[in-house]
Structures are given as structure tokens and as C-alpha cells.
Design a protein around this ligand. Structure first.
Ligand SMILES: [Zn+2]
Length: 116
């Protein structure tokens, strides 16, 4: 848990891996479906409306980053979130962040600053 102290390089690299794996609209869409329960790739293809190859690539990527787990039942592979509560908390935190920045924008209208 992040407590405000300086993190180690290794820990920051883990964050980078996690945030990179979240940094795709289609992968976020897949994660949102998996928050509702387990899915096969064919279910995800049907629910998110993407090509099977695209879904498979995203699922493999999410698995590699440790966000997804899978189990087989008969000949089918079912995907689930490896850490559903933590993943949900992460997305809830993101929503709270956007709600907060939205309030800030409404009250202070900060001027954009240039770093050139
Ligand atoms: Zn679904």
C-alpha cells in the first residue's frame, strides 16, 4: 500500500507495468466485463464487439501483467480478474480522481502552464 514514502525503483517499475497494461481502452473494456464475472474469449468477442484476434492479444497481455487469471472447464478456458477487489478499487480510485479534478476545474479554472 502506498503510504507516501519514496518507493523503490523495482516498485515503480511494477507500477509502470500495471499502468501500461491499463493504458488501452479495449483492455479497460475487457476488465470491466470481467468485473461482472468470468468470460471465455468468445464471450468477450461477443460482448465487446472486437475481432477475436484483438481480444486474444489483449487477454494475453493482461494475463502477462498479472491482472487476469484463467481456469479450464472441459475444453473451454475461462478468464477472471486475478485480484477482482483490488482491480475494482483501482478503477474506483480513478473515478474519484476524475470527479475531484472535475470539481477543481469547475471552481478554479486553472490556466494551462507551459513547460517549454
Ligand atoms: Zn461481458
Amino acid at each position: 500500500m502506498y503510504m507516501g514514502e519514496e518507493t523503490s525503483l523495482e516498485e515503480r517499475e511494477n507500477w509502470v507495468t500495471l499502468f501500461k497494461s491499463l493504458a488501452d481502452g479495449h483492455r479497460l473494456q475487457i476488465i470491466q466485463h470481467l468485473l461482472l464475472g468470468e468470460h471465455r474469449v468468445t464471450d468477450l468477442v461477443e460482448h465487446v464487439g472486437l475481432a477475436q484476434s484483438t481480444v486474444s492479444t489483449h487477454v494475453a497481455s493482461l494475463r502477462k501483467s498479472g491482472l487476469l487469471a484463467s481456469h479450464t472447464h472441459g475444453r473451454a478456458t475461462y478468464y477472471t480478474l486475478a485480484y477482482p477487489e483490488e482491480t475494482k478499487a483501482l478503477l474506483t480510485a480513478a473515478k474519484a480522481f476524475f470527479d475531484g479534478t472535475e470539481k477543481l476545474r469547475q471552481t478554479s479554472q486553472p490556466e494551462s502552464t507551459s513547460h517549454d
